[in-house]
Each structure stands twice: as C-alpha cells, then as structure tokens.
Design a protein. Structure first.
Length: 308
C-alpha cells in the first residue's frame, strides 16, 4: 500500500460542529484527504482535541490517514452535560461502590460513532489516549464491525486490579477547582509536572501554553467530574475484549503514574493478536520526540486490517 509523502502539507479543516445525540454537539476538525483511511482520535479526561498536537495530526495525515480529532462532550467547545457530581460520589466510585453517573463510557463511545455517522463514515481506525483508550475499547466491543483497527494508548481494561493511579495523585485529582484562569493554569502545570514523561520533559513554556489554551477553549470542573465518574464506574471489559479480532496496538509508558503500565499489559493480554509497545521513560503524555514512532506503529496496525 502506498501513502502520500509526509512532506506534503495536508489539508486542514476549520473547526466544525456535529450533532451526535440528543442535546449533544461535538466540535471537530479534520486533517488530510477525505478519501484516505479514516482515523478517529479520542482524547482523555478533561482534554480538548488540541491535546492531539497538530504536528502529530499532520504526520498521521501524511502517512495516509484522514484524521478526525474532536472535543469530547464536557470539554472544549462541545456540549456540556448535566448533573452535579460530589467528591463523595467520586470517592465511592474509586472504592467500587457504584453510583449512577450522568453518562457512561458507552455514551461517549456512541458520541464517537455519531461523529462518524455525521461524516458519512461507516467505519474507521480508532486511536484513544487514557480515557479515550477506554472509549475506543468500548467502541470496538459495542460495534466491532465499525472499527477497522484499534490503538489504545496509556489506558486500561476497567479491571480494578490493573492500571491504577499512583496514590499520591488522588489529592490532586480530587482537589476543589477554582474557576479562574490563573488557578487552572497553576493546577494544570503541577499535574503535568507529576504525570509527564521523565525521559522526555516538556519545557515550562510548553506546559503553560497548553494549560492556557485549554482554559481559553473551555473548561468546566463539573464536566471533568462527570467524566471522572464515568471512568470510575466503568465495567471490566476484559472478557469482551477477548472476542475482538481487529488489528490492535497497545502503547504504554513504563513511567506512567496516572495509569500504571499494568493496564496496558492487561489490555494487550486480553485482545488476541495485539501488539504491545512499551516505551521506557514515557509517562502520561505524548512526547513530541516519539511522534514518528507513534505514526509508524499506528500505520503498521492499520495496514494489518487489509491483510488479516
């Protein structure tokens, strides 16, 4: 299979809105040729689509993909959900004591399919990071016929005995959020300093710029809490993942404090024939230095879909 030269600048769409469910519109953007292989990128907790670095998106488009990135509901410029989430509900969820979330990972997976429908795409290659990895796993479980290949990055299966957070992160994750821009930037900077890749550190300027852009794009502490409640109430997908047959890549950093590397190992063990790519020194982010490796691995996985 031949692919466009990476040196060819891909077309980039403006940001657009797509109705995907009752009361839910998603903000999205595309890179590359609509006739190329569709690739849906799903970001993690509290992360807008801009956390998919535009340079990474351009490289993926240069590798022969029609790249679609979007803001999950409750992030960025997409619709806001409803329902107040208390710290008590989050703690109960962390302890496995249930509680009905305003929406579930199934709903977030349905949003992804709704965006594909809006774009006239019957299926796509899907790539998800962290919570986004949980979402794309759920998409594959619910409608495997619509998932050409699956890439799960720094994520986990929903089983509570794997993919845990470093306990030192919990106070930071559960702390009350102040509504000001300065407070958000300060908290975000502290968080990224803890969970980022020790082997590929970002500069303070890069961290501050991302935090400021994220806040300006639209941040609601209530929305992050609703996403967190969906995560802590997710089911263990291990059994259903064993039924998957699409080509699968699992990527995880060995220095991930947000989702322990055991989550990636468990995901790969659960999915027959999956490739496990462990990255020494990578934490819970997507270092620019690794973009080429990510693109090559995602392209290799997608190409398996035409052979398997």
């Amino acid at each position: 299979m031949s692919h466009p030269s990476p040196e060819t600048a891909p077309a980039v769409s403006p940001e657009l809105m797509a109705p995907v469910a009752k009361g839910v519109e998603l903000c999205y953007q595309t890179f590359g040729d609509p006739a190329a292989d569709p690739l849906l990128l799903v970001m993690g907790l509290g992360g807008p689509m801009t956390w998919w670095d535009p340079e990474l998106c351009r490289q993926l488009a240069g590798a022969g993909f029609y790249v679609v990135r979007y803001d999950n509901r409750d992030t960025g410029r997409s619709s806001r959900g409803h329902g107040r989430v208390t710290r008590r509900a989050l703690v109960r969820g962390y302890l496995g004591r249930g509680g009905r979330p305003p929406y579930t990972l199934d709903d977030l997976a349905a949003d992804g399919f709704g965006l594909l429908d809006h774009l006239g795409l019957s299926s796509a290659h899907v790539v998800g990071v962290s919570m986004g990895g949980m979402v794309v796993q759920t998409m594959a479980v619910l409608h495997p016929e619509r998932v050409r290949s699956l890439t799960s990055i720094m994520s986990t299966t929903g089983r509570r005995t794997v993919g845990w957070q470093d306990p030192r992160l919990l106070p930071l994750l559960l702390a009350r959020r102040q509504p000001t821009r300065d407070a958000y930037v300060a908290t975000s900077t502290r968080t990224w300093r803890v969970i980022g890749s020790p082997a590929y550190p970002e500069t303070l300027e890069e961290v501050l710029a991302r935090a400021g852009e994220t806040y300006d794009r639209g941040v609601t502490p209530e929305g992050v809490a609703r996403q967190m409640l969906a995560i802590v109430n997710q089911p263990d997908r291990s059994g259903r993942l064993r039924d998957l047959r699409m080509p699968t890549l699992v990527v995880h950093g060995t220095s991930d404090k947000m989702v322990h590397v055991s989550g990636g190992r468990a995901t790969s063990r659960a999915i027959p024939g999956s490739e496990l790519m462990l990255v020494p020194g990578m934490g819970h982010d997507l270092p620019r230095e690794l973009f080429g490796s990510f693109v090559e691995a995602i392209r290799r996985t997608a190409d398996r879909a035409g052979r398997d």
